[in-house]
Structures are given as structure tokens and as C-alpha cells.
Design a protein around this ligand. Structure first.
Ligand code: 1CP
Length: 340
């Protein structure tokens, strides 16, 4: 199969495809028994820094489901750890930062990233591209707002209150922090594309907490810098966040080629909000996979039908695969999308 003509890359470019391509956010990981097996006794960040493991874990869902794209196995905090930020990923919790960033002096912890800092990423991607053949590999990073939230709060947060306190109360410090993060994220994505990733996804998972006017002022300029800085590489740029129904147009405006949609806005309505010249990705509620297959089938067909309103549609869930998901449901879902 020819990589450039793969259904995934064609759909991202809004070109005709025989069926919508499908992949799943968090397709590698906790729901797969073969993942749990290779991860036994290996801390998450150690796994991310071990190319053999990264290659194996990235390939597992491709083998099992026959999805149309692989997502690189890593985490959004990997580039931060690589430049020396003291953080860990705690099982059942997520990223935890030892010294949260809350003043100008703390910004010094965020130096620019260089390829040598993440040589294990380059090594794993080069190996993967060989293994994957015609299946595209998606590189990714966390967007400045979402990374900033972990750095400011010190860990996962429900209301992002300290984050917003800085955003509204110390706008200069906020923009300095976003600016440093944007530089790191841009270079980390460029490293992945130079190593062979065929597309990138920028996860701004928690930016749905921000109102549109504030998004435009405090977030969009930094996201735009990242997307503009990738333009010369010619790979599709996907942008996703949870609860971003009111921001969908702005996510496109920031420079994404493909706008990810969570399950709260149907794709035909999302297409209206995003406007012309963009493809959409989404948006089956990941919790639906816990229901009987008949329900999954009906809801998936509805997503496919509404996705026809988009200029290009990449089938996905509205957020990551939930840990308790039965892999057989995802296999059937993949087959259903391929037969559509
Ligand atoms: O010990 C473990 O197994 C930890 C679980 C785990 C895994 C498997 C974490 C901790 N991260 C990952 C991998 C991961 N993270 C991938 C890999 C590949 C795939 O998609 O198949 C990706 C793309 C991410 C990206 C990521 N990490 C995001 C953005 C995507 C999203 O889900 O919105 C976010 C927000 C994170 C932070 C993070 N890392 C881990 C957890 C549990 C969290 C979320 C914590 C929170 O709720 O704030």
C-alpha cells in the first residue's frame, strides 16, 4: 500500500476515499491485554524512553484492529521530562510535577528542546516507519494550555483554577509560559515529522474549560505559532480538545487541517461551526463501547452518516478509549467502518 495515498492521509487532505479511515485515541494501552503484559513492572515514562517497547506498543493496536493509522506511543509530558522538568506519571493519577511553575523564576526550568534530548523518540519513529509500511504514523504533542495546566497545578486538575488565576491575573507571565511551551512543542513535533511521522495531532485536551473570547486572547496565538511553524513540512495537522463545542471554529482558525470533535456536537453541526476547508475527526462517545454491540452499531452508523457533511471524515472516538473497553468491540467497530 502506498503511504501517501492511504485513506487516512487522503481524508485529512479532504480527498475522496472508498471508506472513512479509522483510528482511536488511546488505541494503545490499558484496554489491551498484550499491552498490560509488556508493561508489567515497567514505569510509564521508562516505557516511553525505551524504543523497542515503544515500537511494540505502537504496533499492537494496528495488528489487532487493522486501524488505518498508528499513534506513536508516548505521553504529552515526555518532552518536558526530556528538558529536565522533575515529573512522573503516577499509575491511576497521571502526570505529577514536583515543582509547579507559578512565578517568573520557575520559567527557567523550560529551556528549548533539542533532538538529542529525545533521541529515543527519533529512534523509535524510524523503526516504526519501516515496520508500518503503508500505514501512516501520527506524531503528537500536548498544546501549551494543557501542558501549562499540569505544570501550574502540579498534576491533574478539575477546574484548572490556578491555571486560570495566572491567565487572568498575570497575563505577562502567562504569555511567557505559553511562549516557551509553544517553542518546545513546535520543535518536538518537527523532530517527530523529520523522523518519519506522516501527520501530527496537537492535544489541547483541557482547553474546553476556556471561553471563546479568552481562547482567542490567551491560547490561539500560541497554537497558531505551532501550526504555522509546521506548515513547511506538509503533513496534516490535527487539533483536538474535550468539551470544545463552542471553540470548534477557533480550533480551525488556529491553523488545524483536521478538527477533532468530542461526542457532544454531532459532526454535521461541527462541520457548520468549523466552516469550509477543514476535515473533521470523531466522534463516537467512548462510553458507548460499554453498551451491547447493537447500540454501538446504531450509534456508529449515525456518526458515519453525519460525518458525510464534512469535507473529509476520519472516524474516531470523541475522546480516548476507556480502560475497561472490550477489545472485541473495537475490532467489530473497525470492521464496520471499513465496510461502510
Ligand atoms: O501507567 C500507565 O499505563 C499510564 C497510563 C497512560 C498511558 C497509556 C498515560 C498517563 N499516558 C498514556 C499514553 C498516552 N498519553 C498516549 C499514547 C498512545 C495512544 O493514544 O494510544 C497519548 C496520545 C497520550 C496523550 C495524553 N496524556 C493526553 C492527551 C490525550 C487525552 O487523553 O486527552 C493527556 C491529557 C495526557 C496526560 C495523562 N497521561 C496519563 C494520564 C492518565 C493522563 C491524564 C491525566 C488527567 O486526567 O489529567
Amino acid at each position: 500500500m502506498n503511504l501517501a495515498e492511504s485513506t487516512f492521509l487522503r481524508a485529512c487532505r479532504r480527498q475522496p476515499v472508498p471508506h472513512p479511515p479509522v483510528w482511536y485515541m488511546r488505541q494503545a494501552g490499558r484496554s489491551l491485554p498484550e499491552y498490560l503484559k509488556v508493561r508489567e513492572g515497567v514505569p510509564m515514562l521508562t516505557a516511553c524512553e525505551t524504543p523497542d517497547l515503544v515500537v511494540e506498543i505502537t504496533l499492537q493496536p494496528v495488528r489487532r484492529y487493522g486501524v488505518d493509522a498508528a499513534i506513536f506511543f508516548s505521553d504529552i509530558v515526555v518532552p518536558l521530562k526530556a528538558i529536565g522538568v522533575d515529573l512522573d506519571i503516577k499509575p491511576g493519577v497521571g502526570p505529577v510535577v514536583a515543582q509547579p511553575i507559578r512565578d517568573a523564576a520557575a520559567l527557567d526550568a523550560l529551556r528549548p528542546i533539542e533532538p538529542d534530548d529525545v533521541s529515543y523518540v527519533t529512534e523509535a519513529i524510524r523503526a516504526l516507519v519501516g515496520e508500518l509500511g503503508g500505514t501512516p504514523l501520527i506524531g503528537f504533542a500536548g498544546a501549551p494550555f494543557t501542558l501549562g495546566s499540569y505544570l501550574i497545578e502540579g498534576g491533574p486538575s478539575r477546574h484548572h483554577d490556578r491555571t486560570k488565576a495566572m491567565m487572568y491575573g498575570e497575563p505577562r507571565l502567562w504569555h511567557d509560559l505559553m511562549d516557551r511551551l509553544a517553542g518546545i512543542v513546535l520543535e518536538h513535533l518537527r523532530i517527530q515529522v523529520r523522523a518519519g511521522a506522516s501527520a501530527i495531532q496537537l492535544f489541547d485536551s483541557w482547553v474546553g474549560a476556556v471561553a471563546p473570547d479568552d481562547y482567542r486572547e490567551f491560547v490561539l496565538p500560541h497554537t497558531r505559532r505551532i501550526f504555522d511553524g509546521l506548515a513547511d513540512l506538509g503533513v496534516p495537522r490535527i487539533h483536538f480538545g474535550v468539551g470544545t463545542g463552542e471553540l470548534l471554529g477557533l480550533l480551525g482558525e488556529a491553523g488545524a487541517d483536521v478538527v477533532g470533535v468530542d461526542w457532544r456536537v454531532p459532526l454535521d453541526e461541527a462541520a457548520r461551526r468549523v466552516g469550509p476547508g477543514k476535515a473533521l475527526q470523531g466522534n463516537l462517545d467512548p462510553a458507548i463501547l460499554m453498551a451491547p454491540w447493537e447500540v454501538v452499531e446504531r450509534k456508529a452508523r449515525e456518526v458515519l452518516r453525519r460525518g458525510e457533511a464534512a469535507e473529509g471524515h476520519v472516524f474516531n472516538l470523541g475522546h480516548g478509549v476507556l480502560p475497561g473497553t472490550d477489545p472485541d468491540q473495537l475490532k467489530r467497530l473497525t470492521d464496520l467502518v471499513h465496510e461502510a
